[in-house]
Design a protein around this ligand. Structure first.
Ligand code: C2E
Ligand code: MG
Ligand code: MG
Length: 625
């Protein structure tokens, strides 16, 4: 706000007050300062005060702008000064006579005038020498807005004083206004900076700084008494996708609405913060019993899972929530936050859209996953992987007809790590893409050492289909570089690849199939097992998941499953493999139902590449015997 504008003071109009008991003196001042009188002759009385000097000609423009008002007693002068201030048109200066019987003298008048207008410029006019400068300044203080003018006056001197002092008053006023304006600006800006330093500009929630302060305070209270606190971390599921597909403005709208709903779910003493991106946090202070945290969570869950109005449309959004409680899980802010974060991580791992309370199992699990995550980056750079191969046996000939490549991580400290422990992490971090590429290249190359009738089966993760051209190129390049016939290559995919009706995945698989590559549906029976896949894509083979073989019993039901899968294979002209065959009894059952192939420990565990050659050697030896 501009103070200069709002006060609306017309600064060109300088106002002067004459306080003098002698009426004729007022006329003289008028003549000198305003020049309204036609005759500039000096009358007898005037000459008494102004000596022989003549008032200047009233021609100057600046002269015309001076306004002169009259008071004949000190009290009247003070009243006029204060009335002028309240009308917003204050006097800039006053000429005050020293002696004004019967009322106040000049000194008393000035004292009173300054009480209402401390900045008023004053000229004290005296014809007597009873008050010396020292006496005056002792009484009134050493002020820079006080001058003494001795009678008789010089009219030019009076005029110059009037112009100079009103100008000085004017400048001082302007300076004061500018300063006030600056101070106000600084005040406003400081408030803005304070707000910015502690709040998120988009949602107006507390930011990380304020959140940390409030958490410290809540935990201090916990330490003092038997009251608890909770830290709730909330993440919008797939927020990046919302931003990418609907645009940042819509993403922002969502965040603002989430912020509002969260704020409505908690008490005033709780803190809702946005820690960054799509990450929200709540400090639930003064929790008397853990159950109350659960109640709040349910309230939050109900509020945020209602549809959002985004760009005129209803939008459903999922959230993952992690909670840690003080003092049970920790009493130091950093520790508690870390634990809430672990719980959040676990909520995401467990499928999102859910909430998880921290517990020590979570800690162990998540730490392990994070360790694997870190290790994987290094392992890829250092080539710490090796392919093992497990034979696939034809039930008709009892001979090996293929080998499945199964990756192993040879960890420098922990030794051999099984794929179940790192493939999910590699998928999550997308490291499966370079890793999968290496597997394809290496397996095709190893297969070139085997007899021509042995196929090589390679597992392909759903994540590798996120960049289907990448997969296609990797396969074609590997075939070209190693010289492997595409007819010897099998790609094993699971239902998850086909879950999202991924047209791209289907078309890449078809292209590869046209080139002779065989496409196998792995782990059949564990996913949704929607038979519609079988209609929309002609798989070359179905591999029944090993859990069915493991749980195989004499019961009619378990036999019926085997029969149904083998029957599907025959009807759709697909080969069928039974995985996980560990004993003769299982083999018999599988053979009986008509599976074309088996795979399992009964025939051999996965072997390192160099040992596979012995296998084929034995097979050859058996034949020649
Ligand atoms: P999968 O493709 O179903 O592989 C078969 C798994 O069953 C292998 O486990 C194998 O060692 C195991 N297995 C085979 N016969 C028997 C048996 O008779 N009894 C028992 N109990 N288990 C048997 P492995 O090597 O631990 O691999 C586990 C999974 O990891 C694989 O399941 C596959 O989904 C994945 N995987 C392995 N290598 C790769 C790879 O290079 N890329 C991708 N994307 N996934 C891979
Ligand atoms: Mg497999
Ligand atoms: Mg399998």
């Amino acid at each position: 706000m501009n103070m200069l504008e709002t006060e609306n003071v017309d600064l060109t109009k300088r106002r002067i007050l004459i306080i003098d008991d002698n009426p004729s003196i007022h006329e003289d001042y008028q003549k000198i300062l305003v020049g309204q009188s036609d005759s500039m002759e000096i009358d007898a009385e005037m000459s008494e005060f102004f000596g022989e000097s003549l008032p200047p000609e009233p021609k100057s423009q600046s002269l015309q702008t001076l306004q002169v008002a009259s008071a004949f007693q000190g009290q009247e002068g003070v009243d006029m000064v204060s009335a002028a201030i309240s009308q917003g048109n204050p006097f800039a200066m006053a000429f005050v006579d020293m002696r004004m019987p019967p009322g106040w003298d000049g000194l008393k008048t000035i004292e009173e005038v300054w009480k209402v207008a401390p900045d008023l410029q004053v000229v004290i006019c005296t014809a007597y020498s009873d008050n010396t400068w020292e006496e005056v300044s002792q009484r009134l203080g050493q002020k820079d807005n006080l001058l003494i003018l001795k009678k008789p006056f010089d009219s030019v001197e009076v005029f110059q004083l009037a112009v100079a002092l009103t100008e000085k008053w004017d400048l001082a006023k302007k300076a004061r206004l500018t300063q006030q304006e600056l101070e106000q600006l600084v005040e406003e800006r400081t408030a803005q900076l304070q707000q910015a330093a502690l709040h998120d500009p988009l949602t107006n929630l507390a930011n990380r700084n304020k959140f940390n302060d409030r958490l410290d305070a809540a935990l201090k209270r916990c330490k003092r008494g038997d009251i608890g606190a909770g830290v709730i971390l909330i993440d919008v599921d797939f927020f990046k996708q919302i931003n990418d597909t609907k645009g940042h403005a819509v993403g922002d709208q969502l965040l603002v609405q989430v912020a509002q709903r969260l704020t409505e779910c908690v008490r005033e003493t709780d803190t809702v913060a946005r820690l960054g991106g799509d990450e929200f946090a709540i400090i639930q202070s003064e929790v008397k019993e853990p159950e109350s945290a659960r109640i709040v969570l349910e309230r939050i869950h109900n509020a945020i899972s209602q549809p959002y109005q985004l760009d005129g449309e209803d939008y459903h959004c999922g959230f993952s929530v992690g909670i840690a409680m003080a003092p049970t899980d920790g009493i130091e802010a950093e520790d508690l936050l870390q634990k809430a974060d672990l719980a959040l991580y676990q909520a995401k791992e467990d499928g999102r859209g859910i909430f998880r309370f921290y517990d020590t199992d979570i800690e162990a699990r998540v730490r392990k996953t994070r360790e694997v995550e870190k290790g994987l980056h290094r392992a890829i750079a250092e080539k710490e992987f090796e392919l093992y191969y497990q034979p696939i046996i034809s039930t008709e000939t009892q001979e090996t007809c293929g080998m499945e490549a199964l990756i192993r991580w040879i960890h420098p400290q922990h030794g051999l790590i099984s794929p179940a422990d790192f493939i999910p992490v590699a998928e999550k971090t997308r490291l499966i893409i370079p890793l999968g590429q290496w597997v394809i290249q290496q397996a095709c190359s190893d297969a070139m050492d085997w007899p021509d009738n042995i196929r090589i089966a390679i597992n392909i993760s759903a994540v590798q289909f996120e960049k289907p051209n990448f997969l296609f190129d990797a396969v074609i390049t590997a075939l070209k570089q190693t010289g492997l016939s595409p007819y010897r290559l099998e790609l094993e995919i699971t239902e998850s690849v086909l879950l999202h009706e991924n047209d791209n995945a289907f078309s890449i698989l078809r292209l590869l199939q046209e080139k002779g590559v065989r496409i196998v549906l792995d782990d059949f029976g564990t996913g949704y097992s929607s038979l519609s896949y079988l209609r929309s894509f002609s798989f070359n083979k179905l591999k029944l998941d090993r859990s069915f073989i493991h749980e195989l019993s004499d019961s009619e039901e378990s036999q019926a499953i085997l029969r149904a899968v083998a029957g599907l294979g025959q009807s759709f002209a697909m080969e069928t493999t039974a995985e996980g065959v560990e004993n003769e009894w299982q083999l018999e059952r599988v053979q009986l139902e008509g599976f074309s192939q088996v795979q399992g420990f009964l025939y051999g565990k996965p072997l390192p590449a160099e040992k596979t050659l012995d296998l084929f050697q034995c097979q050859n030896d058996d034949k020649t015997d």
